[in-house]
Write a protein that binds this ligand. Sequence first.
Ligand SMILES: [Zn+2]
Length: 368
Amino acid sequence: MKQLLGFGLALWATASLADTTYTAADFAQVRKFDSHVHANVDDHRFLDIAQKDGFELLSINVDYPDFPQLDKQAAVAHKLQKEAPQRFHYLTTFTMKGFEGPTWTADSIRHIDEEVARGAVGVKVWKNVGMVERDAQHNLIFLDDPRFDGLMNHLEGKGIPLVAHQAEPKNCWLPLDQMTTENDRSYFREHPEYYMYLHPEQPSYEALMGHRDRFVAKHPRLIFIGAHLASLEWNVDELAKFFDTYPNTTADLAARMTQVQFQSNADREKVRQFFIKYQDRLLYGTDLTQNPPDPKARAQNPPDNGSGFEVEADEFWRSDWVYLATSGVQHIEAIKADVKGLALPKSVIDKIYYANAHRVFTRLKPAH
Ligand SMILES: [Zn+2]
């Protein structure tokens, strides 16, 4: 009897797993939302592959020197959104130029309100705040600086979400040979200006996280989305603490999946349980970037290897799907290891890949 019962349970477990998880073949049919892309070209290739693979896109305008100027990024966003309002969405941003001038807050609010009226569903703040921008006294400007209060109180009051890329992956403070992933190693090798291990005079990782946390604490009603796993990509326990401390926060997975895979290769069940416990707090995102061709640009993500943007986007999305939705094993070159998928339940996948984004970005038109 005991044996029979065991056998029955095993059968039940197998059947139930098949019912409750997706397969690799389900990929294109399930509706999905990539919460972190940069569509800086209006040639439709991004929209075409998104349509084919069942994605809505949230394109993030950002004050990044390797990207086209802000007005050019906005022009592309306006055009694509007009052409595909159900599939293409965008975040606006603000410039730090004139930050200490008397009209910066009012000018930034006016610009953001105009963009939101036009269709932007939120605002992005980049790591230049905290790591690059300095005031007249040559002090770095941090996100919890009171001079941001006027703008941030406005976002908080109006329910305009803020996506914040603050600091960098922890690898940025480590020597190249101690970094956990190849993608960080190559990024920081190519961007020495952002590689903090080479700049000990700059704030530590912990100091930057402290400024970010004090900012979030100061604006408890702000809809706060921590880009790139809120820069706590290296440890799901740390991210869990952040979520527990600040209940109005979520985080996107953009450009940090390899860090998660590194952790699940050490303890798959722990990472799987993290995703299940925090299924309402995580947004699928990639950081896929389509930029105008520029031989000097270093910001191709993934790197343009000539096979075409659509092929790379499709491969990138499918690899993440196999990892999150199935138990399939794939080789991940960035961590030089075979990685087994988390096989998250369908209900969790549906939230991380779609419903959470539509809940957090309240200005998105209701799904249909
Ligand atoms: Zn990005």
